[in-house]
Ligand binder design. Structure first.
Ligand SMILES: NC(=O)c1ccc[n+]([C@@H]2O[C@H](COP(=O)([O-])OP(=O)(O)OC[C@H]3O[C@@H](n4cnc5c(N)ncnc54)[C@H](OP(=O)(O)O)[C@@H]3O)[C@@H](O)[C@H]2O)c1
Length: 332
């Protein structure tokens, strides 16, 4: 069946500027870390991506190692592009990254120029693309000079492989150093991707002030704490088809502690009172940060994408909702 994108897809999604750049991101982005591997049902992947694009999500986030096996998510996204999304290529922001282990030996990991350029060439091949919109260095490399990694990002843009660059998982201090170096080189460095949600607040301390000062856009990954900040595990449930019950990934049943459950149940009450789902409250809470341009969700089914899109269509969190959330988080 030929895919035709929904005519009304740009009806309600906000597209904030990514920092002080001209690039605008959909306020919700879709990540392909989970559920887009070699063993995942292709038809479900296809429906999730179509639902996202049909609801105005333009920003799709990948990495060289997403799968399993590593590379499978890019392979699958390449199939989706070839089959359905090619006519819409200029309406889509494709992002990928390198920085974690991808192939054996000294050149398949971390942050050397050798690794980053080779990895992006492999990613482009898997996705059947000439360029990506954003290429990220996925994590800081303490053993490679920052100047080398940043020069590689600069060259990646100048050689036509990416339009913009970003970094991920860098702390505030290293981000400021990267920004200074990339400014010197004249590189279009526009975005930082960090873990940020109600249960992980470190970026508030050191990173967000740097992003605002440098005019960089923030995109928050795992805004739902991999599903903990949703109705999935309420009442101590462990659904068989949930991420925590699955064999793949980092979220384990032991992470759902009685203390966590107490917090999640209390947050759910705040959500209910405000007419939101817990996931919608969690996304609204992340979006209250001026540094955040987009929330980067994952989804195992199309309905989860729709829930997230509804969250950004709703009114921002009210002062009393934020105060109630803060009181619960302070009681941890
Ligand atoms: N830069 C980095 O180092 C880094 C690291 C991690 C992730 N990321 C990026 O961030 C993306 C998102 O990460 P994430 O998947 O951890 O994000 P997340 O949005 O916090 O978690 C997604 C999971 O939550 C559950 N969920 C989502 N919406 C729901 C809803 N409305 N109701 C109930 N459950 C819901 C689903 O789990 P079930 O499977 O249980 O249904 C879904 O797979 C990744 O795909 C990747 O692109 C980047």
């Amino acid at each position: 069946m030929t895919y035709e994108a929904a005519a009304g897809r740009y009806g309600s999604m906000p597209y904030p500027h990514c920092g002080r750049s001209g690039l605008r991101l959909s306020a919700v982005s879709l990540g392909l870390w989970h559920n887009f591997g070699g063993a995942d049902e292709f038809d479900t992947q296809r429906r999730i991506v179509h639902t996202a694009f049909d609801h105005g999500i333009t920003c799709f986030d990948l990495a060289n190692n997403y799968g399993p096996p590593p590379g499978a998510a890019e392979d699958n996204f390449g199939r989706l592009l070839a089959r359905d999304l090619k006519p819409y290529r200029d309406e889509i922001v494709v992002c990928t990254k390198a920085g974690y282990t991808m192939w054996p030996g000294p050149y398949g990991d971390w942050g050397s120029r050798k690794y980053l350029v080779a990895s992006l060439d492999q990613s482009l091949k898997r996705m059947g693309l000439d360029y990506v919109d954003i290429f990220y260095h996925h994590r800081p490399d303490p053993a490679t000079p920052l100047e080398e990694t940043m020069a590689a990002l600069d060259w990646i843009v100048r050689s036509g492989r990416a339009l913009y660059v970003g970094i991920s998982n860098y702390n505030g201090e290293r981000t400021a150093a990267a920004a200074a170096e990339l400014r010197r080189l004249g590189t279009p460095f526009v975005i930082h991707q960090m873990r940020y949600n109600m249960l992980v607040r470190q970026p508030e301390m050191d990173l967000f002030p740097v992003l605002e000062r440098e005019g960089l856009g923030g995109i928050a990954f795992s805004p739902l704490a991999q599903g903990l900040l949703t109705d999935r595990y309420l009442g101590g449930a462990l659904p068989a088809d949930s991420r925590a019950a699955g064999k793949v990934g980092f979220l384990k049943p032991e992470h759902i502690t009685p203390e966590r459950l107490r917090i999640i149940e209390a947050l759910n009450e705040v959500a209910r009172t405000g007419g939101r789902t817990l996931a919608q409250l969690a996304l609204g809470w992340v979006r209250r940060q001026p540094a955040i341009a987009s929330v980067l969700i994952g989804a195992s089914r199309p309905q989860q994408v729709v829930d997230a899109v509804r969250a950004v269509e709703m009114a921002p969190l009210a002062g009393d909702e934020i105060a109630a959330v803060e009181a619960i988080l302070a009681s941890q």
